[in-house]
Design a protein around this ligand. Structure first.
Ligand SMILES: [Zn+2]
Length: 322
């Protein structure tokens, strides 16, 4: 049977409950808000998380809105929503990492029940929120210093039953650019580890640059509800017709080799060719330190927009066609 509760949040059929859930063994205490909406009628269970990256604002509001607007009397199955995982990072307005242990939570999966804070939170999410669900959506956007083209992604595990259902989630969400990644471009992500444990999963990236704005929130809400319609959880709601789809095989990242100021000459959405000059890094007097070249041919999906750059940090990501 599918999961229908999280920790102490265990509604009966036709009920919705919400509350703060504490991750065991983390000091200072790490609590996150969770909603469990259990439909009056049976059906699949969908888990939705946002705010694993704490300064990605449209996903946090979209997940909250989805949870608040669901009517358990009209829902088939259950929806579990954690709208803000990284509460410590949220109030610190933290980019990429959480302030408790300085780690990137979306590189800490599958985590460990005995590790540092990020590992414990990751492990808790997998074991007590995601395991036992029939589908999982992890909502993100460009972080405070990142522009992006909206895209969704799923991890190809090699298990046809899981991969087929992850692909169906990507079709339902209604975003043109789809990364179906076979390699672990970015190890330790929530959606890839969910899929590896047998839960079909999708990453959705809509919004950017620390801007809390309505259009991205609405697009994310529409995508989640379209997935629910596709899963048969919203009686009377037909899944939207599929739009254009452009499948990409992987991300190719360029990382900074110098600290200094970052001057890209490309924009998100641009097509680049491998080896093409795409900007430069300068020192604090304005002298060029290094010419930057595209690491692969494809579409620029992610672009860091911070003038300040540290050696080792990502500069941009190219979606490489399948
Ligand atoms: Zn993110």
């Amino acid at each position: 049977m599918s999961r229908s509760g999280v920790a102490h949040l265990t509604p009966g059929p036709g009920q919705a409950v919400r509350g703060m859930v504490r991750v065991p063994g983390v000091d200072p205490p790490w609590e996150f808000p969770a909603f469990v909406i259990r439909g009056a009628a049976p059906g699949p269970t969908l888990a939705v998380t946002a705010g694993i990256h704490a300064a990605e604002y449209p996903p946090i509001e979209a997940a909250t809105r989805v949870a608040r607007e669901l009517d358990p009397a009209r829902l088939h199955g259950s929806v579990i929503v954690v709208p803000l995982v990284n509460v410590p990072g949220f109030f610190a307005r933290s980019i990429y990492v959480n302030p408790v242990d300085g780690r990137n939570l979306n590189r800490a999966f599958p985590g460990s029940a005995t590790g540092v804070a990020s590992e414990r939170v990751a492990n808790f999410l997998l074991e007590h929120v995601i395991d036992g669900c029939d589908a999982y959506l992890d909502l993100h956007c460009g972080d405070m210093i990142e522009a992006l083209v909206p895209f969704v992604g799923y991890h190809v595990t090699g298990r046809d039953d899981v991969d087929g259902r992850s692909r169906a989630l990507s079709e339902a969400f209604g975003v043109e650019h789809v990364i179906a990644s076979r390699s672990a471009d970015l190890p330790g992500t929530a959606y890839a580890n969910a899929a590896l444990r047998g839960v079909p999963a999708l990453l959705a990236e809509i919004g950017q640059q620390g801007v809390y704005e309505r259009r991205s929130v609405e697009r994310l809400v529409r995508g989640v509800r379209a997935v629910m319609a596709r899963l048969g959880m919203l009686p009377g709601a037909a899944p939207p017709a599929p739009g254009p789809r452009r499948e990409l095989a992987r991300f190719s990242w360029l990382h900074a080799e110098d600290s200094g100021t970052y001057h890209p000459s490309i924009s998100v959405g641009d097509e680049v060719a491998e080896g093409q000059e795409v900007g430069e890094v300068r020192d604090l007097f304005g002298d060029r330190l290094r010419v930057l070249r595209a690491p692969a041919s494809g579409t620029v999906l992610f672009l860091v927009t911070s003038l300040a750059i540290n050696r080792g940090e990502p500069l941009f990501g190219v979606g490489v066609p399948a």
